[in-house]
Design a protein around this ligand. Structure first.
Ligand code: FAD
Length: 501
C-alpha cells in the first residue's frame, strides 16, 4: 500500500444489516456493484434496533432511484402514506398544529403564500395558515391522492412520504441488494484490525477474517469501526435536546390508518403514533432526568389505542453526531454516525444522504482526505440543521406545567437558530440554505405552530390590500376543501393503489 494515497478499492465491506446496512447495500450494489466486490456482515444474535418507521419525502426518491416500484414496495412492506406530522400539546396543553409536506397553496407560486397569508390575516385574523396547505387538509380529512395525479387541482402542491415496517424494509432491501450481487455473511464481529486511520479487516467470532479496502460502518449505536476502532468522538448535544430514552410498543390497528404521524407532547417528552397497514408503531421519547422508565412505560400503555402485540421495549440513546463521519477508510451511516431524536423522522433520511454523498464523492483509494472532508462538511451541516429544527419545536413552548418544559424553555439556543428565529419574527423571512433539508414551508409551519407571528409582512406584499387578499385566500381554502372531500379515503386509496397487479 502507498502510505500517502492508500490502496485501490477492490473490496467494500458493510458492517451491520439494519435499515442503514441494507440501504447502503442496495444503493452501493445498484450504483457501484460493477466497481468493486461488496460484502455485508450482520449478526442475527445482536439483531437490529427494529424501530425507525416514519420517513420524509426523499425516501421515495431513494425507492425510485433503485428502480423499485412504489406500489410494490408499499404492498410488500405494509407501508402507509404520510402527509406530515400533527403536533399536539407542544405550544400549550390543548394546542395542535400540523407540519405538512409540500406547498402552502399551489406549487412554486410567484409570491410566497406565507407572506400573502400574513398580510391577509390583518383583515381576517381567523384565516389559518394550514387551511391553505393541501397536505394538512388531506391529513385532517383522512383522505389521500398521489399529488402528481392531481397536479392540475388545488391539492397538486401536496407531497408525501411513507410509514414503513422497519423489519420488512430491511428484508425487502436485502433481497434487492443480494440481487445486485451483494454477498451477505452472518457473523459476529469480534475484533477490528485498525492502524492509524485505516481499518484493514474485521475478524468474526468464527475466526474468519474479512479484509476490505473501504468499510461502511452500519453497526448502530455500537459504532464498532468509526467510534470504537478509530476512536472518533461523539459531539454530545444532550444539553440542547434533553430526551435520552424511548419506550416502544406495537399495537393492533383499531381503524383505518390516518395518513400522518402523531407527535403528542407528554410531561417529560412526547409520544409517537405511526400507523401502518397491518399494525401501529408507538413510542414514548422521554428525558431520564425527568421521568423513570416505569412511569414512561405506563404512560405509553395508557395512551395507545389498540391492543399491544409486542412487549414494551426500552431504548437508550445519546443525542449527538460523530466529529467526523468519514475517517480514513471508514464511512459511517445510520446510528453509528450519530442520532437526533425522531421528532421529524429524519434518521433514515440521513442514511440515504450519507450513501448518496459517498456515491458522489466515491474514492478511488482507501485514503481520500479531501473527499472525506467534503463528506464530513455536508453531513455535519445536515445534522446541525436537523438538531436546530428539533430544538425549535421545544424551545418556543409556552408550557411551564412540568419541570421538563421549564427546563427546555430555558435552554440557550444555538447561534444559528437564534438568528433564524429573530429573522422570522421580524418579517417572516428565513436565511437561505443551499441544499437545506427543511423547506421554508416546514419552518413556517413549525414556527407558526409554536406561536411565532412576525411583526410585519415582507415589504413585497405591503401594497396588497388585506381584505382583497383575504377574500382570495378564503376562495383558495374553499377550493382545497372541496377537492379534498372528493378524494378517496386513505384506506380506500391503499386498497386500490397497492393491490397486487
Ligand atoms: P441497527 O438497526 O441497530 O443495526 C445495527 C446492525 O449492526 C445490526 O444488523 C447488528 O446486527 C449489526 N451489528 C452490531 N454489532 C455487530 C457485531 N459486533 N457484529 C456483527 N454485526 C453487528 N428513524 C427514522 O427515520 N424515522 C423514525 O421514525 C425513527 N424512529 C426512531 C425511534 C427511536 C426510539 C430510535 C432509537 C431511532 C429511530 N429512528 C428513526 C432511527 C432508525 O431506527 C435508525 O436510523 C435506523 O433504523 C438505522 O439503524 P442502524 O441500521 O444504524 O442500526
Amino acid at each position: 500500500m502507498n502510505e500517502e494515497s492508500g490502496r485501490p478499492i477492490r473490496n467494500l465491506c458493510i458492517v451491520g444489516g439494519g435499515t442503514a446496512g441494507w440501504i447502503a447495500a442496495a444503493l452501493l450494489g445498484h450504483y457501484a456493484g460493477h466497481l468493486f466486490r461488496i460484502r455485508l456482515v450482520e449478526s442475527e444474535e445482536i439483531g437490529t434496533i427494529g424501530v425507525g418507521e416514519s420517513t420524509i419525502p426523499p425516501f421515495l426518491q431513494l425507492i425510485a432511484r433503485l428502480g423499485i416500484s412504489e406500489s410494490e414496495f408499499i404492498r410488500e412492506t405494509q407501508a402507509s402514506f404520510k402527509l406530515g406530522i400533527r403536533f399536539d400539546d407542544w405550544l400549550d396543553r390543548g394546542s395542535s398544529y400540523f407540519h405538512p409536506f409540500g406547498a402552502i397553496g399551489a406549487p412554486n407560486p410567484p409570491v410566497d403564500p406565507y407572506q400573502l397569508w400574513l398580510r391577509a390575516r390583518t383583515a381576517d385574523p381567523s384565516l389559518e395558515l394550514q387551511s391553505l396547505a393541501p397536505a394538512s387538509v388531506m391529513a385532517d380529512a383522512g383522505r389521500f391522492m398521489l399529488p402528481f395525479k392531481a397536479a392540475t387541482t388545488p391539492v397538486g402542491g401536496a407531497a408525501y412520504a411513507l410509514h414503513v415496517d422497519a423489519k420488512r424494509v430491511a428484508a425487502f432491501l436485502r433481497r434487492f441488494a443480494e440481487g445486485k450481487g451483494v454477498v451477505r455473511t452472518e457473523g459476529l464481529v469480534d475484533r477490528v484490525e485498525a492502524e492509524g486511520d485505516q481499518v484493514a479487516a474485521i475478524v468474526l467470532r468464527s475466526g474468519e477474517r474479512i479484509a476490505a479496502d473501504l468499510f461502511v460502518d452500519c453497526t448502530g449505536f455500537r459504532s464498532l469501526l468509526l467510534g470504537q476502532a478509530l476512536e472518533v468522538p461523539l459531539d454530545d448535544w444532550s444539553d440542547l435536546l434533553l430526551c435520552d430514552r424511548a419506550v416502544v410498543v406495537q399495537t393492533e390497528n383499531i381503524g383505518p390508518p390516518p395518513p400522518f404521524t402523531l407527535a403528542e407532547a407528554q410531561d417529560a417528552g412526547w409520544r409517537w403514533r405511526i400507523p401502518l397497514q397491518h399494525r401501529t408503531g408507538n413510542g414514548h421519547v422521554f428525558s431520564s432526568r425527568h421521568m423513570g422508565a416505569d412511569e414512561a412505560r405506563s404512560i405509553l400503555l395508557a395512551k395507545v389505542e389498540g391492543r399491544p402485540v409486542t412487549e414494551p421495549m426500552l431504548l437508550s440513546f445519546t443525542t449527538g453526531a460523530r466529529r467526523e463521519m468519514w475517517r480514513g477508510n471508514v464511512v459511517a451511516a445510520g446510528l453509528s454516525a450519530g442520532f437526533i431524536e425522531p421528532l421529524e423522522s429524519t434518521a433514515i433520511h440521513l442514511v440515504y444522504r450519507a450513501i448518496d454523498f459517498l456515491l458522489r464523492y466515491l474514492p478511488g483509494t482507501s485514503r481520500a482526505p479531501e473527499l472525506a472532508a467534503e463528506f464530513n462538511r455536508r453531513m455535519t451541516g445536515d445534522y446541525v440543521e436537523i438538531r436546530d429544527f428539533i430544538i425549535a419545536h421545544y424551545s418556543l413552548t409556552r408550557r411551564r406545567d412540568a419541570p421538563f418544559w421549564r427546563d427546555v424553555a430555558s435552554i440557550e439556543l444555538p447561534a444559528g437558530l437564534r438568528h433564524r428565529v429573530a429573522m422570522f419574527a421580524d418579517a417572516g423571512m428565513l436565511p437561505e440554505v443551499l441544499d437545506g433539508l427543511f423547506s421554508a414551508v416546514s419552518w413556517q409551519s413549525v414556527l407558526d405552530g409554536m406561536g411565532v407571528l412576525p411583526r410585519r409582512p415582507h415589504p413585497s406584499v405591503a401594497n396588497a390590500e388585506p381584505a382583497a387578499l383575504a377574500r382570495d385566500l378564503r376562495g383558495l381554502e374553499q377550493a382545497i376543501g372541496r377537492t379534498v372531500q372528493q378524494l378517496p379515503t386513505h384506506q380506500a386509496f391503499l386498497d386500490q393503489h397497492c393491490r397486487a397487479e
